[in-house]
Design a protein around this ligand. Structure first.
Ligand code: UDP
Length: 403
């Protein structure tokens, strides 16, 4: 198949180059790599954010990245990109009129907007993966949500205008249903992890003299790390390691790090809370293996890679029962669910996991088997390809849409 992936703000080249890149960059890079490996002709269209970038870049992974000129050829914050999506869509329309792909798969809502505008004339089917939904973000973040105000309404149009929405978890399918999208127009393909790297093994250091708990991720309020710090008060003797924040020595000036340090001071657990700063992704498997339990208690989570990485390394996760966690973590089998916003529930669950080593080992072993069965990229690329074939075999007749 000739497949164009559209990823307006997240270039896969950032992920391949190993520089600081978000989840969408890595997702698009893995998907493009896997599809190219399976013999498809894959082009990723991303916004030109640097005037010196060549128009087309061939990658060693076998796919091509095409830089689309839309707005200034310089970095623009994601929340300011919407005014340039019309131009992005017009450039895509030119590209697809000259060289029609079999299908287009857009990543993030703004890519969907541009892709549906670009594909309308050429009649190319468009699939959509949102990665995150504005209505969920707004529900939890309220006024702190910096997305453009039109996002929620436009996302509903994009969902209805797509031939298929490829959601990353079943909770997202429920949200899409509330947005008016029938279940048959959705498919679920979760996010993947690198199973070669994330696997059980030695932690790399001396055996722990006291229980260790890990929180790892972007240090933003909605990730709920303060909840785990407050729980630590009720987990005597344990150390909490917190990985994340800006790269390099800048991390300790980060306002969220400061806020979390204050939470630790006030809770009287600062001496048992260690901030590691941002840990190189290559080193994270060892970190997961070196701790007894991983805790991830965001307010909401579109997918949540961290618990899956933890499981793949054999360390049980304690997670808030929200979003993607409801699919990835089976309560009592390969991890533990707790309600969001509850330090008491986190403390109780962690104490139990720490107090029962045999159960902890069983959770760990079940997690390894579960992660290997469900979250390898090879499998997920094949599942995505199956959705593509389904769309090509039975195109949907759409009314309206986001064009
Ligand atoms: N991560 C990392 N080093 C850090 C903090 C986080 O490599 O210091 C990685 C982590 O291993 C995971 C990703 O960042 O792969 C976070 O993904 P998740 O889906 O949990 O959250 P997101 O940031 O996408 O909201």
């Amino acid at each position: 198949m000739k497949i164009d992936l559209v990823s307006e703000h997240a270039s896969p080249l950032a992920a391949l180059g190993g520089v600081d890149a978000g989840g969408q960059n890595a997702h698009v890079a893995e998907l493009a790599t896997g599809l190219a490996r399976r013999g498809h002709d894959v082009v990723v269209c991303t916004r030109r954010d640097d005037a010196s970038l060549p128009h087309r870049v061939g990658t060693a992974a076998g796919f091509v990245v095409e830089h689309v000129t839309a707005g200034p050829a310089e970095p623009v914050p994601k929340d300011d990109l919407l005014p340039h999506m019309g131009e992005f869509g017009d450039r895509l329309a030119e590209r697809w009129a000259a060289d029609r792909p079999d299908l287009v798969h857009a990543h993030f809502w703004m890519s969907g907007l541009a892709a549906q505008r670009g594909a309308a004339g050429a009649g190319v089917p468009v699939l959509q993966t949102f990665h995150a939904l504005g209505r969920v973000k707004r529900r939890h973040q309220g006024d702190k949500d910096t997305s453009p105000p039109q996002r929620i309404e436009l996302e509903a149009d994009i969902a209805l205008g797509a031939d298929k929405v490829v959601a990353t978890c079943s909770d997202e399918v429920a949200e899409l249903a509330e947005m008016g999208l029938p279940a048959e127009r959705t498919a679920v393909v979760p996010c993947g992890i690198d199973l070669e790297r994330f696997r059980p093994g030695p932690g790399g250091g001396p055996p722990n003299t006291h229980p260790k708990i890990l929180c790892i991720g972007r240090l933003v309020e909605r990730k709920g790390i303060d909840i785990v710090i407050r729980a630590l008060r009720r987990i005597p003797g344990a150390e909490l390691l917190i990985a994340g924040g800006p790269p390099g020595p800048r991390w300790h000036r980060d306002p969220e790090v400061r806020r979390l340090q204050e939470v630790a001071e006030r809770a009287g657990v600062a001496d048992r809370t260690t901030f590691l700063g941002q840990v190189d992704h290559e080193r994270t498997p060892q970190l997961y293996r070196s701790v007894d339990v991983v805790v991830s208690t965001p307010w909401y989570e579109p997918f949540g890679t961290v618990p899956v990485e933890a499981m793949a390394c054999g360390t049980p996760p304690v997670v808030s029962a929200v979003g993607g966690h409801l699919d990835t973590v089976v309560d009592g089998h390969n991890g533990v669910h707790v309600p969001p916003h509850s330090p008491a529930a986190v403390a109780q669950a962690v104490r139990e996991v720490l107090a029962r080593p045999r159960w902890r080992a069983e959770l760990g072993a079940a997690g390894v088997a579960w992660a290997r069965a469900h979250y390898g990229w090879n499998k997920l690329v094949r599942e995505t390809e199956a959705v593509y074939r389904q769309v090509l075999a039975a195109p949907v007749v759409l009314g309206g849409g986001a064009t």
